[in-house]
Design a protein around this ligand. Structure first.
Ligand code: ZN
Length: 76
């Protein structure tokens, strides 16, 4: 399955929980992935991070993609 497909699955399964968001653009969300509970952050500058190993190695993962679907921020 593609990253985009996995992201849609996470959303539809209710595995994305937004914990905090502010008007500066910061956002924190928890995503219950197949291999653990990960923490996704968006900084005020628009940078995304995720605590999962895939994000560490590739700087992209389905967890960040899922939260981006909510925010509409599709920039890499
Ligand atoms: Zn991740």
């Amino acid at each position: 399955m593609t990253t985009a497909g996995k992201a849609e699955r996470l959303l539809l399964d209710g595995r994305v929980t937004v914990r905090a968001a502010d008007l500066d653009g910061r956002l924190t969300a928890n995503v219950e992935g197949d291999h653990g509970l990960w923490s996704v952050h968006r900084t005020a500058g628009g940078s995304w991070t995720c605590s999962c190993p895939a994000a560490w190695f590739t700087r992209a993962c389905s967890h960040m993609a899922a939260v981006r679907l909510i925010t509409g921020d599709q920039r890499p």
